[in-house]
Design a protein around this ligand. Structure first.
Ligand SMILES: *[C@@H]1O[C@H](CO)[C@@H](O)[C@H](O)[C@H]1NC(C)=O
Ligand SMILES: *[C@@H]1O[C@H](CO)[C@@H](O)[C@H](O)[C@H]1NC(C)=O
Ligand SMILES: *[C@@H]1O[C@H](CO)[C@@H](O)[C@H](O)[C@H]1NC(C)=O
Ligand SMILES: *[C@@H]1O[C@H](CO)[C@@H](O)[C@H](O)[C@H]1NC(C)=O
Ligand SMILES: *[C@@H]1O[C@H](CO)[C@@H](O)[C@H](O)[C@H]1NC(C)=O
Length: 279
């Protein structure tokens, strides 16, 4: 009884998979075993919202019409330089022997295998396995950075997992974009993978939440704390570190000396000509 049931199940399964195999080999109609991968697979990485570049070099410019196919659903993407799919993000601009496929505004769903079909006899294929990353940014040293008042501050914003350079990187202090503020002593420099914010002399009003927002990657923030300088110059407080109090003493001595000289000169004048001096 149980055995019969098992046999029925098994045969059902066998019949089903045979159907699937037949379907696989015939539905696309271009060639047999179209779901097989007949050749090396090139791995390509692209970032979310960016452009994926899928290369396809052909041996001879005169081979004919090259097509690109997405393997997971066997969707025909481009035929020659025409976008065949409803999805207009797929673009091929052929150049002699180069039939590179560009996928604009690429998303996670676009990952997977793509096939470039070159109509030679027999047909040649180029396979690309596309992987999508999410680019983000980091500011090393965060989330809290302490800087002494008067010293310089250098914040570096670095893009991670990015496959394209950003078109811009904006810096914000308390939600205000400061790239074009022309604030004295504050400047922004672009780097190959991000941006650097430089504050030549940190002031108390430079304290706060700084955010780096690249055009094509997740933003990152850092909290800047400016430590007030404890050692005030001696001239203001009359006491301080040793070298300062020494120079303070010297100043005091020269002042006293000057007063003594003035006094001596006055006395001398008075002695020499008392009447003129008082009129
Ligand atoms: C075609 O490729 C050649 C050589 O790779 C290059 O110099 C030329 O700029 C390309 N033309 C276009 C329209 O991309
Ligand atoms: C494509 O790459 C992913 C990882 O990036 C991997 O898991 C997958 O097996 C690859 N597919 C093929 C067909 O090589
Ligand atoms: C970013 O570029 C800087 C130099 O401009 C380099 O020191 C740093 O290692 C790079 N970071 C990454 C994640 O590539
Ligand atoms: C700094 O600002 C960013 C962007 O508005 C925000 O996401 C983050 O939580 C803030 N950090 C702090 C410590 O307030
Ligand atoms: C992609 O773009 C959308 C819409 O502009 C945005 O909401 C999303 O954060 C972006 N993703 C990444 C990883 O930058």
């Amino acid at each position: 009884m149980e055995i019969t049931f098992l046999i029925v199940l098994l045969s059902c399964h066998v019949i089903h998979s045979t159907d699937a195999a037949i379907e696989k080999n015939t539905i696309f109609g271009i060639e047999k075993n179209s779901l097989e991968v007949a050749g090396p697979i090139k791995d390509i990485l692209a970032q979310t919202n960016g452009t994926a570049v899928l290369p396809c070099k052909i041996p001879d410019p005169a081979v004919g019409i090259v097509t690109w196919v997405r393997r997971k659903d066997r969707q025909l993407l481009t035929v020659g330089s025409d976008t065949h799919s409803m999805d207009t993000r797929f673009i091929v601009r052929p150049n002699i022997t180069d039939w590179t496929l560009n996928i604009k505004n690429v998303q996670h769903e676009d990952r997977g295998l793509y096939e470039c079909q070159i109509p030679t006899e027999p047909m040649q294929h180029r396979y690309v396995n596309l992987t999508i990353t999410d680019a983000y940014s980091i500011i090393p040293g965060g989330p809290d950075l302490h800087v002494k008042q008067g010293s310089s501050l250098r914040l570096e914003c670095q893009l991670i997992a990015a496959t394209e350079p950003p078109t811009f990187v904006f810096w914000y202090r308390h939600e205000r974009m400061i790239n074009y503020d022309a604030e004295p002593g504050v400047k922004v420099e672009a780097t190959t993978n991000g941006s650097i914010l430089i504050i030549t002399k940190a002031k108390l009003n430079h304290e706060g939440n700084y955010t780096c927002r690249p055009s094509n990657a997740k933003a990152s923030s850092v909290m800047i704390h400016v430590i007030e300088e404890e050692e005030k110059p001696a001239a203001m407080h009359g006491s301080g570190e040793r070298s300062n109090s020494n120079s303070g003493t010297n100043k005091c001595t020269s002042t006293q000396l000057f007063q003594v000289v003035v006094l001596l000169v006055t006395i001398r004048r008075y002695i020499m000509n008392p009447t003129t001096y008082f009129t």
